[in-house]
Ligand binder design. Structure first.
Ligand code: URA
Length: 474
């Protein structure tokens, strides 16, 4: 007899679901015989007691790959009434030997990938847009408090992130579903907060708002890019959120001409040499790429050239930096290198529109030669400065594989200046969570003298693209 009453099975956390699932699998209970109930609102996000009748029974192991386990854990944070039954079906199929269940070509696999992606994005947004407010010192009370309304159950993940990041400082994060408290050494959970959003009006808050107002540059404002990076729904719980609509409408009214164009763009004074990284306050995210001042390249470029392509893209291409034509068009790979790239993609059977295409450096670096602007290789400092944006794009898109076009892209992705591009050919590189394959930059293929060398370099590119395609279909 099953130790689980399959007519009403409920789990309040991933750990609990996992334990129940192991028992159900051991009993050979098919998904259609289990009535999983939706997680209740007062669910224990951090894990809790299991409603298993016979606790003495040892729980058999659940044999799934590390990749699937990781995906299940993330997907379990996705708020959907049928999340537990869906995850059980996935595991059931996997245990039965059906590996297509994690393929995006499979209906369940597609849903699983979508859930994972959505949860990852929510974790990223909560990490980025959660704002702690310092409280007056009070014995036993946390030093910092924050309120956030996540769309999915990501509080446990996010609180682990802040526990590492904030060291001994104590804090409390309240959400409508649960509360996380860090006392400087232990992470604790609490019931949902009854207080709701924080109303703070103190000196610290006023200083922050004054700082935000003074660094908001209306001359470089790109509202849609800003809303893409910091969606409007987050504004209401961010102190600066209440300033943004006013600042945007001022910008639209032309206030930028008097306000900041000159002040921000062309400040004069003593030059202090610091690295781009050190120059960034740790928590300040520039609100859009268009306003980026992490290095000096923006001064001589026509515009920033952002990455392009669907956020669901499974393959990401990373080039070096925009060229002369890209700088004018505002899009990557539209010039001669782009045309060669298109040919290589076609030869590998990849559809350009399905890819996310970007560059390691987002502004055109050039030097004048007569009337022409000649491409100049970006310096390591500029590659490092732009890394912030590349990482952000990788985080958003989460491609299955990244193709590094040339050594600048590879250096940026591997975060080292010591790479030998040609030694990396033909082998996939694992770097953290990323899978990378390196190949020539299309400009090299255009430039290399000799027909044989050209065809060999072109074939090498096609090989790398075919590898990327295989990754997405495997
Ligand atoms: N070369 C690159 O690396 N990127 C472009 O967008 C164009 C040319």
């Amino acid at each position: 007899m099953s130790v689980i009453d399959t007519s009403v099975v409920t789990a309040q956390s991933f750990e609990e679901w996992r334990q129940i699932t192991r028992l159900l699998l051991a009993d050979g209970t098919p998904p259609h015989e289990v009535q999983w109930q939706a997680q209740s609102n007062d669910g224990d996000l951090f894990g809790g007691e299991q409603p298993i009748k016979n606790r003495d029974r040892s729980v058999p192991a659940m044999h799934v790959s590390k990749e699937l386990l990781n995906m299940l854990e993330l997907a379990a944070c996705y708020r959907a009434d049928d999340r537990w039954s869906f995850l059980y079906r996935v595991v059931w199929r996997w245990q039965g030997g059906d590996r297509t269940v994690i393929s995006p070509a499979d209906e369940d696999g597609q849903r699983l990938h979508a859930m994972v992606k959505t949860v990852r994005r929510e974790v990223h947004k909560m990490n980025a847009f959660l704002r702690f407010r310092e409280r007056a010192a009070e014995l036993g009370a946390p030093q910092f408090v924050a309120w956030f309304e996540p769309l999915h159950d990501v509080l446990p993940r996010v609180s682990r992130h802040f526990a590492k990041r904030m060291g001994y400082a104590s804090w409390l994060i309240a959400t409508p579903e649960a509360t996380a408290v860090w006392d400087g050494s232990t992470l604790l959970q609490g019931p949902p907060s009854a207080t709701g959003p924080l109303e703070v009006d103190d000196e610290g808050e006023r200083l922050w708002l004054a700082y935000y107002r003074s660094t908001f540059n209306p001359a470089r404002l790109n509202v849609s890019a800003m809303e893409m990076h910091m969606p409007v729904r987050y504004w209401k719980n961010m102190p600066e959120g209440k300033l943004i609509p006013g600042l945007i409408s001022h910008a639209a009214a032309g206030a930028q001409r008097i306000a900041q164009t000159a002040a921000v763009g062309e400040r004069v004074g003593t030059t202090v040499h610091v690295t781009a990284e050190a120059a960034q306050p740790e928590r300040a995210l520039p609100t859009s790429l268009d306003q980026c001042r992490r290095c000096d390249l923006w001064r001589h470029a026509t515009q920033v050239v952002e990455g392009i392509g669907p956020q669901q893209a499974r393959v990401m291409l990373v080039g070096e930096q925009p060229g002369d034509q890209e700088d004018i068009a505002g899009k990557p790979f539209v010039g001669p290198a782009g045309q060669l790239l298109d040919r290589a993609l076609r030869a590998a059977g990849l559809d350009r529109d399905s890819l996310y295409i970007t560059n390691a450096v987002k502004h055109f670096k050039w030097e004048p030669r007569g009337k022409r602007r000649l491409h100049k290789t970006p310096a390591q400092l500029e590659i490092d400065a732009c890394m912030f944006w590349l990482e952000h794009e990788i985080d958003l898109v989460q491609p299955d594989i990244i193709v590094a076009l040339g050594s600048t892209a590879l250096k940026a992705l591997l975060k080292t200046s010591k790479v030998n591009l040609t030694h990396m050919f033909g082998q996939e590189i694992s770097h953290g969570a990323q899978r990378i394959i390196a190949t020539y930059h299309p400009s090299y293929v255009l430039r290399v003298p000799g027909d044989e060398e050209k065809s060999a370099a072109f074939a090498e590119m096609v090989r790398a693209f075919s590898h990327a395609k295989n990754v997405t279909t495997s």
